[in-house]
Design a protein around this ligand. Structure first.
Ligand SMILES: Cc1ncc(COP(=O)(O)O)c(C=O)c1O
Length: 382
């Protein structure tokens, strides 16, 4: 894959290594959004059918990305917290049951579980990363597997850790959750779109993805998959369009007991957003053309020379087979202050994030080797 910067509008003097914070908008996605805004100048051009078929097309595009045959298991959500709230509302927990999460997860995948444990008397088991950096990813995965026992009802985590890119071995975790009858809930926000994810292979019970990072969409639209466990559940809200026969606008007050098929009951109200949906559609079509597997290898190729230099200078980065290539944390050698590094990169117009005690570097196809060279140069370690 070649560099794709021409599809974006990032100023030449800016080094944007921060896609985990927010992806830049592709020009084509921006155009789709503007067309969506302009559409409402003349609402008579928007037909009742448009409320349905654009959402259906978007579900199919996301279904392609995560490899599922049933697009109606996919719904639009406004945020990860919303997608997880649908899950939390539909799990039955008793005193003594366990929910397992990884330490320092993103808050939208922490607070819902925290509240649930308070309400039910179940316990939240937070699996800490090992203190030692040696084989950290492998040992962290082992700790998670060890923590899953007969009282475990839910394991909820990302495919990669949002702050340092550590990859969780979802195949092994799924196997173990199956052994004990626990649900596996994945927050795919920091991976899906850039790291291959195959629902058929992993078979999570739910997958929730914010749309504005690696799915390269606008803010306030994400996508979630709900598996068969949730087929008869209760959504967090009751919206008209999620009910059977909502296509018939003349009969909306002929109130229906039944929902639309699949998982559509969980879809957010006003999901037929004529600005956000076409933008997300455009972004996903491009990602499906690029393919996450190629995005990974591109990111690996452009980041490797810098990673070698950083390691040689005493910085710590997770081993290659224990992390994503699109997102990784850089920990500083003794004596290097985070505040000093933050100021150095800011001065050079390099955008990265600082999370916990590491610098989070997140690249995509708009980056190249030179961006990483600039980062290394800014740290003055050559
Ligand atoms: C792993 C992860 N999940 C979720 C989110 C966003 O959550 P929400 O959509 O609830 O704001 C982020 C944002 O940084 C994230 O990194």
């Amino acid at each position: 894959m070649q560099n794709q910067r021409a599809k974006f509008s990032i100023p030449r003097d800016v080094t944007y290594l921060n896609c985990a914070y927010m992806s830049p908008l592709m020009k084509s996605v921006e155009r789709a959004g503007i067309a969506g805004i302009q559409r409402k100048r003349n609402p008579f051009t928007i037909s009742p059918d448009d409320f349905f078929h654009e959402a259906e097309t978007l579900r199919k595009e996301f279904a392609k990305l995560i490899n599922i045959q049933e697009p109606r298991r996919i719904v639009m959500v406004p945020s990860v917290s919303y997608g997880i709230a649908n899950v939390a509302k539909n799990v039955l927990l008793a005193n003594g049951d366990k929910i397992i999460i990884a330490a320092e997860q993103f808050p939208s995948n922490y607070y819902p579980w925290h509240r649930l444990t308070q309400e039910t008397g179940s316990t939240l088991h937070v699996v800490a990363a090992p203190d030692s950096l040696e084989s950290r990813g492998r040992k962290w995965n082992e700790r998670i597997l060890d923590a899953i026992d007969a009282r475990t009802r839910i394991v909820s985590l990302g495919h990669v850790h949002w702050a340092d890119g550590t990859r969780f071995d979802l195949a092994q975790i799924r196997k173990r959750t199956r052994d004990v009858g626990a649900l596996l809930i994945i927050d795919g926000t920091q991976s899906v779109g850039a790291l291959p994810f195959d629902v058929k292979q992993i078979q999570p019970d739910a997958l929730v993805c914010g749309g504005y990072k690696w799915l390269m969409g606008p803010y306030s639209i994400g996508l979630a998959y709900y598996g068969p466990y949730f087929d008869n559940g209760k959504p967090v809200e009751e919206n008209w369009i999620n009910r059977r026969n909502s296509e018939n606008f003349t009969q909306l007050v002929n109130y229906q007991e039944d929902y639309q098929s699949g998982s559509l009951r969980y879809e957010v109200g006003e999901h037929s957003n004529f600005i956000l949906v076409p933008m997300m559609q455009e972004a996903l079509e491009q990602i499906n053309r690029w393919k996450p597997v190629n995005i990974q290898s591109y990111c690996e190729k452009i980041s490797q020379p810098a990673i070698k230099k950083l390691r040689a200078a005493g910085f710590w980065i997770e081993e290659e087979n224990q992390r994503g290539h699109h997102l990784f944390g850089v920990r500083f050698p003794k004596g290097v202050s985070l505040d000093v590094v933050r100021e150095k990169v800011r001065k050079k117009k390099i955008s990265v994030s600082f999370r916990g005690d590491s610098m989070r570097v997140a690249c995509h196809v708009f980056n190249d080797v030179k961006d990483f060279e600039r980062l290394v140069n800014a740290l003055e370690i050559n």
